[in-house]
Design a protein around this ligand. Structure first.
Ligand SMILES: C[S@@+](CC[C@H](N)C(=O)[O-])C[C@H]1O[C@@H](n2cnc3c(N)ncnc32)[C@H](O)[C@@H]1O
Length: 183
């Protein structure tokens, strides 16, 4: 397994966590990663939503495709572009809210404000690209399928929280899984 991140700090944390056994780690921008192997699966946890333009998203998809075997899978999690803008402020009870500029357009920042269980706050930006841009980028860059997946409520989530607690999240997911298969 090989882990890639543009941030040396994130790679340092992954190395220290040691949960990936004998993995290799590379500090690199995925956009210019090039070919590093022939993998069965590529995982992009909140990666694609860092693309600021349709072109950059295509470059991310191209980099993933060139590192997958034919028939290999991409799976990931992402800011969900189908999330209606008017719902962005409705996730406070889950510890976060999203904001964006009025009239959300391709490349506009989606700012997440997170409150941790111990009361600390931080924020970061993802970037909005429309669902059609995602679908097109994956198809054009060598994937035969692209799907938004879930999210699904885990058994643990439904057992440990009151009835209806997750309704707002599940009715209008702010985040979503994604999968694609290489040609
Ligand atoms: C929300 S974090 C997820 C980190 C980790 N993958 C995980 O699942 O815990 C998103 C990560 O994407 C990285 N990232 C953003 N743009 C990138 C790029 N162009 N190339 C590689 N990594 C990038 C960030 O540095 C950040 O660590």
């Amino acid at each position: 397994m090989v882990g890639v991140d543009i941030s040396p700090k994130m790679i340092e944390l992954a190395r220290k966590a040691g949960i990936f056994g004998r993995s290799e780690f590379i500090v690199k921008d995925v956009e210019t990663l090039g070919k590093i192997g022939d993998f069965d699966i590529a995982v992009g946890m909140y990666l694609m939503n860092y693309a600021k333009t349709p072109k950059q998203l295509m470059h991310f998809c191209r980099a993933v495709a060139m590192n997958l075997k034919p028939g290999g899978r991409f799976v990931g999690f992402n800011d969900y572009p189908y999330n209606p803008q008017e719902k962005y402020g409705t996730y406070e009870k889950y510890g976060f809210r999203k904001t964006t500029v009025t009239g959300r357009k391709e490349g506009d920042p989606v700012t997440y404000y997170i409150t941790t269980p111990d009361g600390r706050e931080f924020q970061f930006d993802n970037f909005y690209l429309s669902p059609g841009t995602y679908e097109k980028a994956f198809k054009q860059e060598g994937f035969s399928s692209f799907n938004w997946e879930g999210p699904w409520l885990s058994e643990e989530g439904s057992i440990n929280y009151p009835d209806g607690y997750w309704d707002d999240f599940m009715k209008h997911p702010p985040l979503c899984g994604m999968s694609a298969r290489r040609n």
